[in-house]
Unconditional design. Sequence first.
Length: 84
Amino acid sequence: MKKIAFVFIFTVLSSIAINNTASAQCAMCTVSAEQSVKNGNTQGKGLNSGILYLLAIPYLLISGMGVLWYLKYRKKSTGYAGNI
């Protein structure tokens, strides 16, 4: 139990001590996309497609894991019910 507490405290203190500042460029990307659309370029569509792609991947992975877990659980529960 002491080892788990030590690892937890070490992890928390390490994550507090390591302070990486992120340079957010959302405003720059927004201005770039707006200007490209005004000039007739289609870069804004590509940017939006990339954002949707990055948004969809975690949901698909988690949904796939949920389906696999459900099928495995269902297989176990139906196997025992058939033997009774």
